[in-house]
Design a protein around this ligand. Structure first.
Ligand code: FAD
Ligand code: SIN
Length: 522
């Protein structure tokens, strides 16, 4: 079955939804299709807590300071032009969020209640309590559902991008000037594979935290966009840089890990080890508010020194009423586990949180494949360098989705026609695949990545990871080639590919930077 659109948006987090709103409004007579796997709202966006970093109040803050903080966190690898562009545009993009109905917290005097997080020299984080992402996701969905030229397909899983490769056969010679014509998509409810054709495709599939055992990312974050882009031979970069959030709630058995926002440390919380010591003073003058890579590594070191699986966050000295007002969801979660934050320390441990690398895009969000744009966590824009500054990613998604829509509007060619695109060919012969094999393999990927490609790596560990991942790759390929397609199997395929790429990029890096740290370069 063919579904024809002018614009295909893959993913319904902040990147996909904000792009869809803009492009649909710019081209009211053209059709926009959004596809997303699972439910409409499930995404990393929905779980964002801290907020969105924006210099709004130029009397108390400045673009220069936010730019400086971003560059310091990025450990020398940010693209300065991109950093400047994103930070100076933040004000306009946040104004659009206001117009789309997003509600940010205000103080009693009516001014915005701006939070602070690690690496920020000023309070500049717009937030909605500690559920900012939920507020943004629902506000954007509400707008999208009212736009008549947008069709929304939930439970639709993008398998692969369509390029000349599918249309004309194996054309390796053309690899560096391919074009995207849409995607093959599994209807998760019927099992049919549909051919979504489009003049422009926006890849907004988010992150890949699920390659690790402990992650703050929901189950949908399986690196599908990286997998699809790699198979289509798009340019990728910086995949060795993984951000581990220092303070996920340590609650063995809970998956994904519940996040204790960095804004809690911005609010004055202390990190303590099992002896009760505020250990960050041993590691960095900025203490609990040092950039995330430093705090996560310090916690990892302390856990190894003490032989423990967690450290603690101490909020007992903070104003309880003010704390609950800002962090009601975190307080509720702690209470549900019998942690009384007025007297108990909160057990925490680092968890995989964010992928700095991804599909390389220019300032317009254009990838190395023509008519394929990317925005949000799947993309590598140059903003984050080796380590993302807290609360810069929602902002990045808004800015690049905006730029992509402007670029398409400027360059749209009314005469452009798609070639004739073949339908998906079903080669499956085995309808009785044991689904449990996929669960086993998924767990194995996570164990390999957590054991060998975590906060501290080494050449020996990377080699071990690579050898084990290769076995999983071969097993998954056999399943993929012969069995009925399911979203579990497709996710596993992308998890293995993304894990392999993280290892491969790590092996090529020769010095420690931000979210990449190897004992061999100590
Ligand atoms: P997502 O929001 O993850 O959306 C991706 C979409 O693509 C989803 O709808 C998914 O289902 C869909 N998808 C994926 N693969 C496929 C496929 N094969 N086919 C179809 N659809 C697919 N950042 C901040 O700036 N501030 C914060 O306070 C903050 N807090 C965070 C807290 C948590 C717990 C987490 C996990 C992240 C946080 N981040 C924060 C990071 C930020 O939330 C993400 O980087 C950002 O939301 C990514 O947006 P996105 O649109 O790129 O991807
Ligand atoms: C948090 O609230 O700590 C997450 C912020 C982020 O990841 O940017």
């Amino acid at each position: 079955m063919k579904v024809k659109s002018d614009f295909l948006v893959i993913g319904s987090g902040i990147a996909g939804l904000s792009f869809a709103i803009k492009i649909a409004n710019k081209f009211p007579d053209k059709k926009v299709s959004i596809i997303t796997k699972g439910t409409k709202e499930e995404s990393n966006t929905k779980y964002a807590q801290g907020g969105i970093a924006t210099v709004y109040d130029l009397l108390n803050d400045s673009y220069e300071e936010h730019i400086h903080d971003t560059l310091v966190a990025g450990d020398g690898l940010c693209n300065k032009d991109v950093v400047k562009m994103v930070i100076t545009e933040a004000h306009n993009r946040v104004d659009e969020l206001f117009q789309w109905g997003v509600d940010f917290d205000k103080k009693n005097n009516g001014e915005y209640d701006l939070g602070k997080e690690g690496g920020h020299s000023k309070n500049r984080i717009f937030h909605h309590k500690d559920i900012t992402g939920f507020e943004i996701e629902h506000s954007l969905l509400k707008i999208v559902m009212q736009i008549p030229n947008i069709d929304f397909y939930d439970f639709h899983f993008a398998i692969d991008l369509i390029t000349e490769h599918q249309v004309y056969g194996n054309i390796t010679a053309l690899d560096d000037r391919k074009t995207a014509f849409g995607a093959y998509v599994l209807d998760e409810k019927t099992g049919d594979v549909k051919t979504f054709t489009a003049k422009y495709t926006m890849l907004a599939t988010g992150g890949s935290g699920q390659v690790y055992e402990t992650t703050t990312n929901p189950f949908v974050a399986t690196g599908d966009g990286v997998g699809m882009a790699y198979r289509a031979k798009a340019k990728l970069a910086d995949l060795e840089f993984i951000q581990f959030h220092p303070t996920a709630l340590y609650n063995p058995g809970e998956s994904p890990a519940f996040l204790i926002s960095e804004a809690v440390r911005g609010f004055g919380a202390y990190l303590r080890n099992h002896s009760g010591e505020r250990f960050m003073k041993k590691y960095d003058d900025r203490l609990e508010l040092a950039p995330r890579d430093i705090v996560a590594r310090s916690i990892d070191t302390e856990m190894k020194l003490e032989g423990k699986k967690n450290m603690f966050l101490d909020v007992t000295h903070l104003d309880y009423e003010a704390f609950i007002k800002h962090f009601p969801n975190i307080t509720k979660k702690c209470s549900s586990l019998n942690i009384d934050i007025r007297k108990d320390y909160i057990p925490i441990a680092p968890a995989a949180h964010y992928m700095m690398g991804g599909v390389v895009v220019d300032k317009q969000g254009q990838t190395s494949i023509k008519h394929l744009f990317a925005s949000g966590e799947v993309s590598r824009t140059g903003l984050h360098g080796a380590n993302r500054l807290a609360s810069n990613s929602l902002l990045e998604a808004l800015v690049f989705s905006h730029h992509a829509s402007e670029e398409i509007y400027k360059t749209y060619d009314k005469q452009y026609q798609l070639p004739s695109i073949p339908e998906w060919i079903d080669t499956s012969t085995d309808r009785n695949m044991e689904k449990i094999l996929i669960n086993h393999d998924r767990n194995e990927v996570k164990t390999i990545m957590s054991n060998y490609v975590g906060i501290v790596r080494s050449n020996e560990r990377l080699l071990r990871a690579l050898r084990r991942l290769y076995v999983l790759y071969e097993d998954n390929k056999r399943l993929y080639d012969h069995s009925e397609l399911t979203s579990d199997m497709l996710e596993l395929r992308n998890l293995i590919t993304t894990a392999y790429l993280i290892v491969d990029f790590s092996k090529k890096r020769k010095e420690n930077k931000g979210g990449f740290y190897s004992k061999d370069f100590d």
